[in-house]
Write a protein that binds this ligand. Structure first.
Ligand code: C5P
Length: 412
């Protein structure tokens, strides 16, 4: 299961250090190569000789070996490792990690680690429950460290944990789960490699005069999460974004900022021909003022201005009408009544391959929420999902598109 995996096992000075010998044995038995790093205090609890005998490698504890003067490079160790796990992690080491106090080899190695890091805290209950420890744990979690909660097997809670280190068998399970997740995400990162994806997101603002516009309350969050989900699958994403205040997600994402429906239409159609997949999440204004005033409209005493509207182009439909068999198009439908019928008719009317229906009736779905509840509609299937975070919803949509395009003709 862990064959060929390189693991740095950090051991700190807690009574649970004796359990690290068992953890080390389990890791080695599962096929991992393990480099043990001990804090000076850890050596009071278990000898480096035991650990080097079990790992088949000299234990690293000091910055250099006293008799030979050989320098131990924490940077090299970071390059070599696929995972760093600190078990047991004492309150003191956790505090040093959280604040960057690199006064021993173990914390120094942690600070230069590029690999995933896990800790298995071990201390008495008062120390564990102390606000200072809990604060440090939260800091580490927000830094991306995975915490194996004491007694997580029985009680998975920040404060109700027992302080006692999780059993080595369960730590091994967490290690195996990490590598499993990682190999899945590696597989996923290849699934749309090189595919070009167009995504429209956010609202549009239709100018009335230099300071006023017609808009809507779309935050753009759903579209940005979808852009991130496709980028995670190796796609080259073009994100045409209306006026939103969101940072561009990480990955291969080219962002084109636009204001109005006409600008969005222009940018989207330009990117469309090259795209294999297009997802239209934008809440495009259906109408725009027939003229926009070049200076601010003044308040007149008796006269009320009348704004005449004209229809905006339908970006999804215009792309749909140009669609070739190698392209897969996804539209959104936000409906209040006859949801399924309306969404299904959009599939046909706009020549789309999939419609994501979010009902305004579902609490937590739609604009300005962090969650969404969707139904995916294709020509031959209707699949409903439970209420999820927008990130998870984006994953579901990207997965469904991946599965659907497996049967599509290849590019070129
Ligand atoms: O027709 P309706 O606005 O309900 O359709 C919604 C879908 O069409 C969404 O995917 C939306 O992004 C897209 N759309 C568009 N351009 C418009 C209006 C809607 O791309 N002008």
């Amino acid at each position: 299961m862990l064959k060929g995996k390189h693991i740095v096992l950090g051991i700190t000075g807690g009574i649970a250090a004796y359990k690290s010998a068992m953890l080390l044995r389990l890791l080695i038995k599962a096929g991992a190569e393990v480099q043990v790093v001990m804090t000076p205090a850890a050596k009071e609890f278990i000898t480096p000789v035991t650990m080097s005998a079990l790992s088949g490698k000299p234990v690293v504890s000091e910055f250099f070996t006293a008799n030979t003067g050989e320098w131990h490079s924490h940077v090299d160790m970071g390059m070599w490792a696929d995972l760093m796990i600190i078990a047991p992690a004492t309150a003191s080491t956790i505090a040093k990690m959280a604040t960057g106090v690199a006064d021993n080899m173990l914390v120094t190695t942690y600070l230069s680690a590029k690999e995933h890091v896990m800790i298995a805290p071990a201390m008495d209950l008062d120390m564990w429950a102390h606000p200072s420890t809990q604060r440090n744990i939260l800091t580490l979690e927000s830094d991306g460290v995975e915490v194996i909660y004491p007694g997580a097997g029985e009680l998975a809670s920040h404060l109700v944990g027992k302080g006692r280190m999780e059993e080595p068998e369960n730590i091994l399970k967490a290690v195996e789960a990490f590598f499993q997740r990682e190999s899945l995400s590696n597989l996923r990162s290849e699934s749309l490699k090189g595919k070009k994806v167009l995504i429209t997101a956010g609202p549009t603002h239709e100018k009335i005069d230099p300071v006023r516009y017609i808009g809507n309350s779309s935050s753009g969050k759903m579209g940005f999460e979808i852009a991130a989900a496709f980028a995670r699958r190796g796609a080259e994403v073009t994100l045409v974004a209306g006026p939103v205040s969101l940072p561009t997600p990480e990955g291969n994402i080219r962002r084109i900022d636009v204001e109005s429906a006409l600008e969005m239409h222009h940018a989207a159609l330009k990117a469309f021909d090259d795209a294999s997949i297009a997802v239209f999440t934008a809440a495009v204004a259906d109408y725009r003022p027939s003229e926009s005033f070049s200076s601010k409209i003044k308040r007149e005493k008796d006269e009320v201005p009348v704004i005449h509207l004209v229809k905006n182009p339908d970006i999804a439909r215009d792309c749909g009408s140009r669609k070739t068999p190698r392209q897969f198009l996804v539209g959104f439908a936000l409906e209040t009544d006859h949801e399924l019928e309306n969404a299904a008719s959009k599939l046909e009317r706009k020549n789309l391959d999939m419609v994501v229906l979010n009902s305004l009736r579902d609490p937590g779905a739609g604009f300005r929420t962090a969650t969404n509840k969707i139904t995916l509609i294709t020509e031959d299937a209707v699949v409903s999902f439970p209420l999820k975070s927008k990130k998870e919803v984006a994953e579901d949509i990207a997965e469904a598109v991946c599965a659907a395009i497996c049967g599509k003709p290849a590019d070129n």
